[in-house]
Design a protein around this ligand. Sequence first.
Ligand SMILES: C[S@@+](CC[C@H](N)C(=O)[O-])C[C@H]1O[C@@H](n2cnc3c(N)ncnc32)[C@H](O)[C@@H]1O
Length: 111
Amino acid sequence: MTESINRKLPTWDEYYKNEKIEKMPWYNENLDLDLEDELNAMHLNNGIFLDLGTGPGTQAMELAKKGFDVIGSDISETVIKRNKIMYENKYPNLEFIVDNILDSNFKAVLI
Ligand SMILES: C[S@@+](CC[C@H](N)C(=O)[O-])C[C@H]1O[C@@H](n2cnc3c(N)ncnc32)[C@H](O)[C@@H]1O
């Protein structure tokens, strides 16, 4: 009992280092259906997306495929490194960045 209470949870980076990404519960190689419905309802097919906590980057990649300019950020260096290798060369409108949303390096831009 005490042992399970004191068990240390892995960091996100440790998790991505040690587990198979395709088996993670949130892994979805297709665009989220609610997001797709919303984009269709709003007739949105271009613009800029910031995908905070992008994880496996599949949502960012699907949005880039549709023609959006996309930045996917995540606290895990491991997953961002993987995403860069897998997707950045294929989609020039897609960029992955390591960033902690609780102490972000993104600057607010007023347009
Ligand atoms: C449940 S996963 C969802 C991943 C992705 N949005 C998806 O739907 O496939 C949550 C993600 O948030 C990231 N994350 C957690 N805390 C974060 C933080 N403070 N800054 C940036 N990313 C964070 C994790 O590394 C993880 O990839």
